[in-house]
Design a protein around this ligand. Structure first.
Ligand code: DLZ
Length: 213
């Protein structure tokens, strides 16, 4: 065994300043206590370690993990449209779905993402990254396998199709103990909150997306 073996995400060598970034977290309402721990870990890490402004982290929820890809895609499109419109009342934890017809074909009119106006009060900025957070726990049927496959493929597709990084923050666990441990909520206190890694990963990938070579 190597002495300096690092289990989990090795921090990036480059500085990861998220002060101009706007990040969307979409989380499920299944297994809420565990999910909340993961959301908290991601949010805290982005604010405390990467200087993301609290008002630039938008948090939305969906019923279950299966709904994550759709919500990520839809909310990304909405943020891109609003950024393009340049309207001024979108900042903080606003419900992006308010007043919007989720069945409208917005993709056709979606403008490219922009980071213009980052951090200015009252400005609109498209999301620079999305973190999809959920916890899937295996039951006695094949349901788990189907949802895991669909969600992981769906989340990958949203990222590649939109050009905006989407972090796969979904625990796929064989039992509740595994999930608690991976949210840092196990009784023994030996677990690790993967939300921390997802927060750092979102900032790193958002900076990569915005990088001009
Ligand atoms: C139905 C279901 C089951 C059995 N288990 C979970 C789970 O462990 N974690 C989760 O996030 N969602 C679960 N769901 C709900 C599905 O993701 C989805 O919300 C429904 O099938 C409706 O599309």
């Amino acid at each position: 065994m190597l002495d300096d073996f690092h289990k989990g995400l090795e921090p990036s060598a480059a500085p990861q300043d998220g002060s101009n970034l706007r990040i969307l977290i979409v989380h499920t309402r299944w297994n809420t206590a565990i999910v909340q721990g993961l959301v908290d870990g991601a949010q805290k890490t982005m604010i405390e370690q990467h200087n993301v402004k609290p008002e630039n982290i938008v948090i939305e929820s969906v019923p279950g993990a299966y709904e994550l890809p759709f919500a990520a895609k839809k909310l990304l499109e909405v943020s891109q449209i609003r950024a393009a419109e340049g309207a001024s009342d979108l900042i903080g934890n606003v419900n992006l779905l308010d007043g919007l017809n989720l069945n409208s074909p917005t993709t056709a009119t979606a403008a490219p993402p922009t980071s213009a106006g980052a951090g200015k009060k009252g400005s609109r900025q498209a999301f620079d990254a999305v973190i999809c957070i959920g916890v899937l726990i295996k039951g006695s049927t094949m349901h788990f396998e189907y949802i895991c496959e669909a969600v992981s493929q769906g989340i990958m597709r949203v990222g590649l199709d939109s050009g905006v990084p989407v972090i796969f923050g979904v625990l796929t666990c064989l039992n509740e103990e595994q999930a608690l441990s991976r949210a840092g909520l196990d009784k023994a206190g030996k677990g690790h909150n993967h939300g921390i890694d997802w927060g750092s990963g979102a900032v790193e990938m958002a900076l990569l997306k915005n990088r001009t070579l």
